[in-house]
Design a protein around this ligand. Structure first.
Ligand code: XLS
Ligand code: NI
Ligand code: NI
Length: 437
């Protein structure tokens, strides 16, 4: 096939002074940050659904995006052309990974058997292209939300046949992820949630979801798939209340259902903010529970209350994200997946390059800024000092379990009043962070 992006060559690192919009100013894949190349630290991934399946439709208007390689049909030929365009794009961009849902890459057939056959045909081409280009699969997943059969949910549906269908679909999706050497497998709850409790047996639905995850784990083990399972929190949309609301809700579900260590989290920026959290909060909460597996890098819009999935360009945000990633020592086998789409007004194919270059540069900057903050120890030293009363004396006894209420009471009766507090210095610290930007 003719090139999909004939006017764009491989994107090069040209440094901060470059005026070339089709070059990286900050993402030099070979540059080392905290002993790791940016390529290995960031593990960038392009997502198939937004980048190769989005058309620009919204609830008010028709498709706008120009994708000359895509005839808009559901044919296998079209799906295969799309694979070629996708791998050309990802190679030229220089991203090491990609992600997909089963239904992004191959069309649904008239029956499950036909659908699986379609998927196999496209997976063969994906495998060939991975071999040719060296691009790897960060994660696979199943689309359990687009088809009308999933209107009441998939693993949490009230229709047992739909549960069975979803199970068959996930079985196949794990198998093709394994076939393609995928290093993670993601569960985003799609329609796992509810709009109204009057018609919902929450307990049954949650039990079914847990059963589903265990079956997935058992099947993965039986075929030798050792990739990391990831649960992706999101509070709402499409349902009013998604069961995987936020990191805390997911970790509660995981812990209560014997899935600790089996399932980690794929944390997404726009989902964090929809839940009323910052991305840094969600990542840190996951990290301290040893559950920060991977991230979906995007951003929402303060003025719009839905999952707009925009490309991340805010250096404050990427610095905060990178502070957590560096603290954890990286994300591998997870990565930074751009679960983001160009606006419907950005309809030229070249806009896909501008969008990804911007996101990759923003994270590279965030990584370098975060590393400087960490090297100087400004936050670490402050926080350590802030909690120093727990390092010895009564504080150490509280932490190691030696102190009981009675001892604390006599300690305080003796002392009469607590030692004075010290300033939290929030504004000072915010200024310090600004000095690094
Ligand atoms: C939707 C989710 C979805 C997952 C993959 O809001 O972000 O794209 O990442 O199913
Ligand atoms: Ni996502
Ligand atoms: Ni999302």
């Amino acid at each position: 096939m003719a090139e999909a992006f004939p006017d764009v060559g491989p994107i090069q690192y040209e440094g901060p002074d470059s005026k070339n919009p089709l070059a990286f100013k900050h993402y030099n894949p070979e540059e080392e940050v905290e002993g790791r190349t940016l390529r290995d630290l960031l593990r960038y991934s392009v997502c198939y659904w937004h980048t190769f399946r989005a058309t620009g439709t919204d609830p008010f208007g028709a498709a706008t995006l120009q994708r000359p390689w895509d005839d808009g049909s559901d044919s296998i030929e079209n799906a295969l052309r799309r694979v070629d365009a996708a791998f050309e794009f990802i190679s030229k961009l220089g991203a090491p990974f990609y992600c997909f849902h089963d239904r992004d890459v191959a069309p649904e057939g008239a029956s499950l058997a036909e659908t699986n056959k379609n998927l196999d045909a496209v997976v063969a081409r994906l495998k060939e292209k991975q071999g040719e280009t060296g691009i790897q699969l960060l994660w696979g997943t199943a689309n359990l939300f687009s088809h009308p059969r999933f209107m009441h949910g998939a693993a949490t549906t009230c229709n047992a046949d739909v549960f069975a269908y979803a199970a068959a679909q996930v079985k196949k999706a794990i198998e093709v992820t394994h076939e393609l050497g995928g290093v993670n497998y993601v569960f985003w709850g799609g329609r796992e949630g509810y709009h109204n409790l009057y018609n919902t047996d929450m307990q049954r639905e949650l039990d079914h979801l847990a059963r589903f995850m265990h079956m997935a784990k058992e099947h993965a083990q039986s075929i030798g798939f050792t990739g990391q399972f990831l649960f992706e929190p999101k509070p709402k949309e499409p349902t009013k209340h998604q069961y995987d609301f936020d990191a805390a809700a997911c970790l509660n579900f995981i812990g209560r259902n014997g899935l600790d260590g089996v399932v980690k989290l794929n944390v997404e920026t726009n989902h964090a903010t929809l839940a009323g959290h910052t991305m840094m909060h969600e990542m840190e909460y996951a990290r301290i529970h040893n559950a920060l597996g991977s991230i979906d890098a995007n951003t929402g819009d303060l003025l719009l209350g839905w999952d707009t999935d925009q490309f991340p360009t805010d250096i404050y945000l990427t610095t905060q994200v990178m502070l957590v990633i560096l603290k954890q020592g990286g994300l591998a086998p997870g990565g930074v997946n751009f679960d983001a789409k160009v606006r419907r007004e950005s309809f030229d194919p070249v806009d896909l390059f501008h969008a990804h270059i911007g996101g990759m540069d923003a994270f590279a900057r965030g990584a370098k800024i975060a590393a400087r903050i960490r090297a100087d120890g400004v936050l670490e030293d402050f926080v350590k000092n802030r909690y120093r009363t727990f390092d010895e004396g009564i504080g150490a006894k509280i932490e190691n379990g030696a102190a009981k209420f009675a001892e604390l009471e006599s300690y305080m009766l003796d002392k009469g009043e607590a030692a004075p507090n010290e300033s939290g210095r929030q504004e000072y610290l915010e200024n310090v962070i600004n000095d690094y930007l």
